[in-house]
Design a protein around this ligand. Structure first.
Ligand SMILES: *Cc1c(COP(=O)(O)O)cnc(C)c1O
Length: 429
């Protein structure tokens, strides 16, 4: 191979949600540290994305690195069937410390989408299809739960990028998207569509599955905690399980350890992923109650029929354990609060610009919604030239920086957005 790595890359390697014949530009990264990564050109870039909500303590974290190296000297991988190991045990013990007491049975798996698959399997098995004819899942429009087929079946069927596959996806139930935002005055009308569907289908619904408070990829909206509270009550009333997808929101991002805590509820099944390892490597988990776990397990000859090859990978588990013990020192609350206050102080003035329709801020998430669709290819280049990494989609520019980010870098991220929205060439008309 000659040294034209980017050409090789574009000819042979798929990138997320992209094309092989006409791919979006790619930037070659050589290393990363803290909130920066370095391009092969030598340019230092500030990461405003935490690599898709994952790298919460920054790149190349010395303690996480050390943990990984130490574990690799003991054992990097071993099958989980018939074997267990300290990293899995210590991680699960650490997880129990930050979870409600009720949620205490943990299934370790590879990625967020897979944890959703397992959650849906668990719910289905708990309902024991032989004794009733529950065949439906209920969710709300505009949701996102991953890219595997069952996960797609509960993603928004119209708005999502998955409509291509709709023909072979089971048709589940979708309530209207919540309209009231996080801080608005609550009004019950917001949840009428959801209630109507429950009333009409109460004997068919296996589980409700939702992202808590923040609808991520959908449109980055923050719905009212009361909505989630009422979902919990309705599920209790009609004996329907509640699956909460904290894959993006978990581990402090919204200002709570888990976003469902804004509604003071406890899910029956919880999915976590993304920042579980501090973004170092891939790991996710599906966590449920003893009661559900027992019922699934007692339904002879059925058990949970899932067992990824890399289940409970010791390297991932040891890093995840360290990540959570870092979080348990509780500095994240201060960090998130600082970022939130800074966003609030510096971003709202952008509303004066005719391009901007809405600004939303919750915890360390800032969303700048434009009236126009954004030209990703050009705006990405614009941001790179400015020394920042921000990856907008549709009409949304958003920031989810690493928790360790400081004023100087926050300021640079915000400035870059301020300049970008003034540039007509970066938007479609
Ligand atoms: C990213 C994400 C997933 C999917 O996780 P992967 O690790 O990409 O499979 C599921 N749900 C939500 C809310 C997510 O943000």
């Amino acid at each position: 191979m000659k040294k034209n790595y980017l050409v090789f890359n574009s000819q042979h390697i798929w990138h997320p949600y992209d094309s092989i014949t006409n791919p979006l530009p790619c930037y070659l990264v050589s290393s990363a540290k803290g909130i920066n990564f370095k391009l092969n050109s030598g340019l230092n870039i500030i990461d405003g994305m935490s690599s898709w909500w994952a790298i919460i303590h920054g790149y190349n974290h010395p303690l996480l690195n050390k943990t990984l190296i130490n574990q690799s000297k003991k054992i990097s991988h071993i099958m989980f069937g018939g074997i267990t190991h300290y990293p899995a045990i210590f991680l699960c013990n650490e997880l129990l410390k930050i979870l409600p007491k009720k949620l205490n049975n943990i299934f370790l798996c590879d990625s967020g989408s897979v944890s959703i698959e397992i959650a849906m399997k668990m719910a289905l098995q708990y309902c024991n299809l032989k004794k009733n004819n529950k065949t439906m899942f209920l969710t709300i429009r505009n949701g996102y739960h991953g890219d595997t087929f069952s996960a797609i079946s509960v993603c928004d069927p119209k708005n999502s990028m998955h409509k291509l596959y709709n023909k072979i996806i089971p048709k589940y139930l979708f309530a209207k998207q919540p309209k009231l935002s996080f801080k608005e005055k609550w009004n019950n009308y917001d949840i009428y569509s959801f209630i109507n569907i429950i009333l009409k289908n109460k004997f068919k619904i296996i589980a409700v599955i939702v992202e808590p408070i923040v609808q991520g990829i959908g449109n980055m909206t923050f719905y009212h905690p009361e909505y989630l509270k009422q979902i919990r009550l309705l599920c209790n009333m009609y004996n329907i399980l509640l699956i909460i997808d904290e894959i993006a929101t978990g581990f402090g991002r919204t200002g709570k350890m888990f976003a469902y805590q804004y509604a003071n509820i406890i899910p029956d099944i919880l999915c976590i992923g993304k920042s579980l390892t501090g973004g170092m490597m891939t790991l996710a988990a599906t966590i449920t109650t003893k009661e559900i776990a027992i019922k699934i397990s007692n339904n002879y000859p059925y058990k949970i029929m899932h067992g990824p090859t890399f289940m409970g990978n010791p390297l991932s588990c040891s890093v995840a354990k360290k990540n959570i013990s870092l979080l348990r020192k509780n500095i994240w609350k201060k960090q998130i609060n600082y970022i939130e206050q800074y966003f609030k102080k510096k971003l709202f003035f952008l509303l004066k610009h005719p391009r901007i329709s809405k600004i939303r801020i919750l915890g360390a998430i800032a969303v700048i919604e434009c009236y126009n669709f954004i030209n990703l290819k050009l705006i990405q280049k614009f941001f790179i030239n400015y020394g920042v990494w921000i990856r907008p989609y549709k009409k949304i520019i958003y920031l989810t920086p690493p928790y360790i980010i400081k004023k100087f870098h926050l300021n640079k991220l915000i400035k870059s957005i301020t300049y970008a929205i003034k540039d007509n060439s970066l938007f479609f008309f």
